[in-house]
Write a protein that binds this ligand. Sequence first.
Ligand code: PLP
Ligand code: 3DJ
Length: 431
Amino acid sequence: MIDEGRGATEDTSQTQDSGEFARRAAELDAADPLASYLEEFVPVDEPGFVAYLDGNSLGRPTRRAAAELGELVRGAWGTDLIRSWTDGADPWMEWPERVGDEIAAACLGAAAGQTVVADSTTVLLYKLARAALTARPGRDEIVLDTDNFPTDRYVLEGIAGECGMSLRWIDADPREGVHAEQVAAAVGDRTALVVLSHVAYRSGWIADLPAIAAVSHGAGALFLADLCHSVGAVPVELDAWGVDLAVGCTYKFLGGGPGAPAFGYICRDLQDQVRQPIQGWMGRADPFTMGPGYQPAAGIRSLVSGTPPIVGMVPVRAGVGLVARAGIDAIRCKSIELTTLAIDIVDSWPDALGVRVSSPRDAARRGGHVTISRGDFRQVNAALWQRGVIPDFRAPDGIRLGLAPLSTSYADVVRALDVARTVMTRGAGAP
Ligand SMILES: Cc1ncc(COP(=O)(O)O)c(C=O)c1O
Ligand SMILES: Nc1c(O)cccc1C(=O)C[C@H](N)C(=O)O
C-alpha cells in the first residue's frame, strides 16, 4: 500500500534529485540529433498534459499522417475513385508488397519481396504459423513460451487444437524473457515450429534471435518471430539472422494508428514451400480473372487474403518514412539513453518507495520500454493518467514506461517521473 502518512513532510531530496536530472536531460536534449523529429508529431491538445510514455502500445500520430489522410480522401479516393486500385503511379493493388518493402528496408533488415502489410497481427500470426506447419509435415510440436503476449499463446493453442499438434511450453522468467539455451533444451525431432517475441511485452527483454533461429534450425524446425515491440525501436536483421517467418504491428513505434494493419515476412527460400490457410481472391494469381479454383500468387503476395487496408496504410507509410529518415541505429542510440535515464531516476528514489526495476539493466538486452513494479501500481497508474502522465499498467504490478525515441524528449522522462514520485510520496488518492 502507498504510505499516505509521508505526505505530511516535504521531500527535499526530490527537489534536489529532479534538479540534477533536469540538467542532465537539458544537456541530452540539446545534443540530441533526433530532437527535430519531436516536431513531426501532432501536439497533445490537453491542459495540464505532462508526457506520453506509451509509445510502445500506441504511437503518437505524425503530422504527415494527418495531412496524407486528408489528401487520400480528396485525391486518390475522392477524385480518382475506383481507378486508384489499378491505375496511376502507385496503384493500391501493389500497396501490400510496396509498404511491406518500405518497412523491410527501414527496420527489418530484409531484402524486397519478403514482406507484406495486411490483416492484424493476430490474424497474420495465425496465417504464418499455419503456413509454417505445411512445410514441416510429420512433426507435431510447437514450441512457445509462457510469457509471450496473450494473442500469441491463444492463437497457437487454437492451432494446436485444430491441427492435432502438441504445445511445448518454455517457462519464461517474466522479469527477463526466453534464453536461447531454453529453446535448445525444448526443441527436438518432433518440433515443427518455434514462436517467440523479439522484445518481451512485459519486461522489454531482447531475445537473441540469431541464436534462437540457429537452435531451431539445428532441430529441423522453423522459427517465427513476433516483432511487435521491436520494430522501429530495436534494429532487426531478419535476413542475416536466419529468421524464417516474422510478424509485427505498425501502431507502436511505426505510428500507424489504432487498428493499423500488421506486416508479415516469409524468407524467400521458404515461400514456395508454405501455404497459408486463408485463400482469398487478393492472394490469388491474377485476382481479376475471377476464375474457378485458387492458385496462389507468386511469392509473398500469396500471404494476402482480402482487400488491402489502404486507409490504414497511409499513416504507416508516414511513420515508416520518419524511421527511414532518422535511421534505426540513431533511434536505438536514443532509445538506450532514454531508458538508461529512466532507470537512473528510479534508482535515485528512496528505498522506502519500494519500486523495483523489472526490465534488464543491461542496455544491450533491453528494448524500448522500462517496466517498474510495486504492488499498488494499478492505482498509481490511474493517478498518473489523471495528472497528465500516460504510461500503461500491466498486471500484476508493472508500470511500463514506453519511450518512443522520435516522439519523446529526455525532459519528458524527468517531468513524468517527477510526477510519479510525488504521487507515490503523497499517496495515489491525494489531490
Ligand atoms: C507481442 C505482441 N503480439 C501481438 C500483439 C497484438 O496483436 P493485434 O494487433 O492483433 O491486437 C501485441 C499488442 O497488442 C503484442 O504486443
Ligand atoms: N493493441 C492494443 C489495443 O488495441 C488496446 C490496448 C493496448 C493494445 C496493445 O497494443 C497492447 C500491447 N501490445 C502490449 O504490449 O500490451
